[in-house]
Design a protein around this ligand. Structure first.
Ligand SMILES: O=c1[nH]c(=O)c2[nH]c(=O)[nH]c2[nH]1
Length: 296
């Protein structure tokens, strides 16, 4: 007999913007998010027997996200994702797990005439701060925080040599190359017992994001990189050292190639090796290097 081996459903791409107004300073702050909320539980009859009595409509899931955004803080995103996830397992006895993903978009306060503007913001890049919270009945809340889409490039300080050379190899060894990637870094928190435990950790979440971002950028810039693999491992090690409540760190880094270009066909122009100035950015294919580093 076929059976439902796994199922979850909910609303994706729920766009929410919350304005916080501080009358004491006449300053406003904007938080814009895209939320996905998927539920699991005793719902298989909705698939096998058209039994909608077990279905919390995805429209109601969307409404709930807006109501919780009105009634509760939406920052840090770790707290809001956990608030939404806990709501669903507490409100509905037959829902056993809620998976909530919150993507926060950048709205950075404008500086006008050298002063932070009270209510105007700019999108200074497509980098996202992303959080995934999973609340499971009697198993606490697991939270993973991420930086995604942080695009970086260094024009020297990166090498790649000593790799396998055989009849499939054409790549020359290099001691100096352009290195570029879109950072996707995730740090996984030790499981929280409940929403109260997440609330107690609120001061740690922004600090961890800042540490992870600073470590990523500083190591990217300063490491005399032997490879993407070696540099990303150092990033993981340093984040584990900086954030004690994190169990493991995951990186996924595309290696966005910039190829040297031989222009010697034109009047003997020198444009390779130490003479390289004009490069050809490649859109595809790209390397993709991943790792997860845990505490031993
Ligand atoms: O840092 C790198 N790691 C690789 O595994 C690899 N493979 C490749 O072709 N170039 C690179 N660069």
């Amino acid at each position: 007999m076929p059976h439902v081996a796994a199922a979850r459903y909910g609303k994706d791409n729920v766009r929410v913007c919350k304005v916080h107004r501080d009358p004491s300073t006449n300053t406003q702050t904007v938080t814009e998010m895209t939320v996905c909320c998927l539920l699991e539980g005793d719902i298989s009859t909705s698939y096998t027997r058209a039994d909608n009595s077990v279905v919390v409509a995805t429209d109601s899931i969307k409404n709930t996200i807006y109501i919780l955004a009105k009634q509760h803080p939406v920052t840090p995103p770790e707290l809001f994702a956990s608030t939404v996830a806990s709501h669903f397992i507490e409100r509905y006895a037959h829902i056993h797990a809620a998976h909530v993903r919150v993507v926060t978009h950048r709205w950075t306060r404008m500086n006008i005439d050298g002063k932070p503007h009270p209510h105007s913001f700019l999108r200074d890049g497509e980098e996202k701060r992303t959080v995934e919270a999973v609340a499971r009945r009697d198993a606490g809340i697991s939270v993973a925080s991420s930086i995604q889409g942080l695009t970086v490039l260094k024009s020297t300080g990166s090498a790649f040599h000593g790799f396998v050379r055989d009849e499939f190899t054409t790549l020359p060894e290099t001691w100096d190359r352009i290195l570029s990637t879109d950072v996707d870094a995730t740090w996984k928190w030790s499981t929280f017992a409940n929403l109260k435990a997440v609330q107690a950790s609120v001061p740690k979440f922004d600090k961890a994001w800042e540490s992870a971002r600073d470590i990523t950028l500083k190591l990217f810039a300063e490491d005399d990189s032997a490879s993407v693999q070696a540099t990303m491992y150092k990033m993981c090690e340093q984040i584990l050292a900086a954030v004690p409540d994190v169990d493991s760190v995951v990186y996924s880094l595309p290696n966005k190639h910039y190829f040297e270009l031989d222009l010697s066909w034109h009047k003997g122009l020198k444009n390779t090796g130490k003479d390289a100035e004009v490069y050809v950015p490649q859109s595809s294919p790209n390397g993709l290097i991943k790792c997860e580093v845990s505490r031993s």
